[in-house]
Design a protein around this ligand. Structure first.
Ligand code: XLS
Ligand code: CA
Ligand code: CA
Length: 439
């Protein structure tokens, strides 16, 4: 096992059971424990986000670097990128996590030219491939950073400048190549700056048409190179742009449907983005899931008092339990997983904080999985929901749904059957039952 950057951890983090008082042990995440026919690792498919965990330096808009990382010499050199990669794989092994996710510009630095940037990426991918083989750690997804470089300040695929749209496409091509080379199981599109600041300078129709064209071009490429990973779109309503086109799950699905692209994508739902969209995490997951489009999850949490993307580690067991119910009911995430798109706070200076953060997130989801599975096995919600709609199983309900009655016939029926019987939705009782499983 690699042992250079995280010497405070000498052996991989272990499962010690719920009574353990060791803050550097799992209390619920028991990788090989079987729950409903699959191991916890197979259910949860946890991933580390390269950008926050290894490239994050504590910077916020009020101040610069607050974390000193041994692997980060704060320069854009390839040596620095290679040291970061080594640190990353040491961390994965010591944490006992199976997957990671990256942006092209996280793992390899941008060069002086586009050509140089591509070369840098290829070189790092070679090294990453060796390290994946040596450790067994896999790539959950790759993506392209189409938002940091100032050329993308007015968008990538929706940029009003054709040269920049072309460059965004070329960058995506290289990021897909890198993802394929590393056996990435998915490829994510997060349209960070695909949106607009003001309608005064924006042709809304054209920009959405361009976004669709952008996707058509990459779908064509995916087919031609035989990349089998799943394409995912990650909705987010705002930040950095004031309005983003993929603002939530429903809007993204409508966009894909309108342009005939639905078959080529699933969604990557992020908890914090749901909060920013004014939805709950479970709402976004459910909207994606009922459409058969819940592909993967960015497992983090936001802050209900702050209006920005705080990307905190997930620890809200109630929300996680509701999320796991949806995931279990659709029989898992397929090639997707739970990516901790989360960062430690600016004042969590030490590398050990990275372990505490991930251990907490993994344990919270493991516990959520156990609770959700019990709720499903006991059919607590299913029976109630089935019964709530049971009036559609026969009589006028079945006739309406099966197209057996027209509007006049329905009116006649209502005239003969005045005053519907009211049935309580029992919300409070159900909330108490969910709590009784959590407590
Ligand atoms: C930013 C997004 C981003 C995507 C990948 O808010 O969450 O990190 O997950 O580009
Ligand atoms: Ca994300
Ligand atoms: Ca986020």
């Amino acid at each position: 096992m690699l042992n250079k950057y995280f010497s405070e951890i000498s052996t991989p983090i272990k499962y010690e059971g719920k009574d353990s008082k060791n803050p550097l042990a799992f209390r619920y995440y028991d990788k090989s424990k079987v729950v409903a026919g699959k191991t916890m690792a197979e259910h949860l498919r946890f991933a580390v986000s390269y950008w926050h965990t290894f490239k994050g330096d504590g910077t916020d808009i009020f101040g610069g670097t607050s974390f000193e990382r041994q692997w980060n010499q704060h320069n854009n050199s390839m040596d620095n990128a290679k040291a970061t990669l080594e640190a990353a794989f040491e961390f994965f092994q010591k944490l006992g996590i199976d997957y990671y996710c990256f942006h092209d510009r996280d793992i390899a630095p941008a060069g002086e030219s586009f050509v140089q940037s591509c070369k840098n990426l290829e070189e790092i991918v070679e090294q990453a491939k060796v390290m994946q083989n040596d450790t067994g750690v896999k790539l959950l997804w790759g993506t392209a950073n189409l938002f940091s470089n100032p050329i993308y300040s007015q968008g990538g695929g929706t940029n009003p400048n054709a040269h920049i749209m072309a460059q965004a496409l070329a960058q995506v091509k290289n990021a897909i190549d890198a993802t394929k080379e590393l056996g990435g199981e998915n490829y994510v599109f997060w349209g960070g700056r695909e949106g607009y600041e003001t309608l005064l300078n924006t042709d809304l129709k054209k920009e959405q048409d361009h976004m669709a064209r952008f996707f058509e071009i990459v779908i064509d490429y995916k087919k031609r190179i035989d990349f089998e990973g799943q394409f995912l779109i990650e909705p987010k309503p705002a930040e950095p742009m004031k309005h983003q086109y993929d603002s939530d799950a429903s809007t993204t699905l409508s966009f894909l449907r309108a342009y005939g692209l639905l078959d080529h994508f699933k969604l990557n739902i992020e908890a914090n983005h749901a909060t920013l969209a004014g939805h709950t995490f479970e709402h976004e997951l459910a909207v994606a899931s009922v459409a058969g489009k819940l592909g993967s999850v960015d497992a983090n949490r936001g802050d209900y008092l702050l209006g920005w993307d705080t990307d905190q580690f997930p620890n809200d067991l109630h929300s996680i339990t509701l999320a796991m119910i949806i995931i279990l009911k659709q029989n898992g995430l397929g090639t997707g997983g739970l990516n901790f798109d989360a960062k430690v706070r600016r004042s969590s200076y030490d590398t050990i904080d990275l372990f505490h953060a991930h251990i907490g997130g993994m344990d919270a989801f493991a516990k959520g999985l156990l609770i959700a599975n019990q709720i499903i096995e006991d059919k607590v919600l299913d029976d109630f929901v089935d019964d709530r709609y049971s009036s559609f199983n026969e009589g006028i309900g079945a006739d309406i749904i099966n197209g057996k009655v027209n509007l006049e016939q329905i009116e006649d029926w209502v005239k003969e059957n005045d005053k519907p019987q009211l049935k309580s939705g029992r919300q409070e009782m159900l909330e108490n039952i969910i709590n009784s499983y959590i407590f």
